[in-house]
Write a protein that binds this ligand. Sequence first.
Ligand code: GCU
Length: 365
Amino acid sequence: MISVTSSALPELACEAGRAHWEQAVREALIDAFVSTMYGPAPHATEVACRLTERREWAGLRGAQRLGLEVRIAIQKYSFPVSVALYLPPVARVLPPLVLGPNFAGNASVDPDPAIPLDTGWMRDEPAWGMAGNRATPATRGIHQGRWPLADILKRGYAAAVWYDGDICPDDPAICRPVLEAGFGGAIAAWAWGFSRVLDAVIPLGMVDSRRIAAVGHSRHGKAALWAAANDRRLGLAVSNNSGAGGARLWRDAGGETIADLFDRFPHWFASPLKSFAGRENALPFDQHQLLALAAPRAVLVASADDDAWAGPADERRAVEAARPAFALYGRAEALSWQHRPGGHGIGPADWARFLDFADRVFAAN
Ligand code: GCU
């Protein structure tokens, strides 16, 4: 059952038709999300990509791993991002691509000892093998289940992964120089990271640029949705347990509040959002409008039944309320809410469902 709410959601304003939605509503909504919630992202003055290695990948016969050093410049500020690109065993056509950041470095999703550990700052999560704000060898393979690369490649998809901290370290103090380069917050920076990785990967000509899916878990799910709103090269965004500031409505929602977010993660969102703490119902928009910004491209919102902090029922409400934007294009099937038993997390069974959905929406393209 969809819960009955006490305050009406902002109108999607797509009844006036596709032209009105595209020419008047969409841009205004993007502006509203930029000015109040995610903040701006700067123009990259350069994205250079150097192939550092190309080899057979030990995880799957016939698959390859490419190491890419992507150097991104924002005027004088320039920084490297290590991208691992995995190609499935050779096929007749270019493979579709799934891409997304990870929490603990590329070696955390692929235990191959040949992958260098990320040398940048890392949030100290002793359970994940970080120590002294650095990756240690104990991070190797710790998040294999979050990016089940062999399964993904067996399904015929290519995959590109990078460490989120290569784009923006997840700490209010350490991320300062990045935000000062022109980002409203870390979520905006991570979202922009999806686009910059595409700038580097698409020209290599190794993946099908018409079948690209952004995948993000939790904070990265928030970023994946904002990336899809802004970048039409993303044919699908998969938000897994993204919750507040992602797929979950703000109005009349349970779980994490704006105050909670700013208490623990003051660097994630642009500061105007903070003034809506305790009065979420007064926001000029709500997150169904974020989902609608991806239309007619596809969105999968994946929730976990026991993940009350992220608010599965209120993620579902957002999906239902976003439907008219997809219906405008006759693409109702391109928006989906899926849920599973259990708590916050992502694993191979989730990925199997994501790729089933991706197979369907990409086949329909
Ligand atoms: C915290 C945070 C959430 C976020 C999650 C995650 O729980 O409160 O907003 O989605 O971390 O990224 O794992």
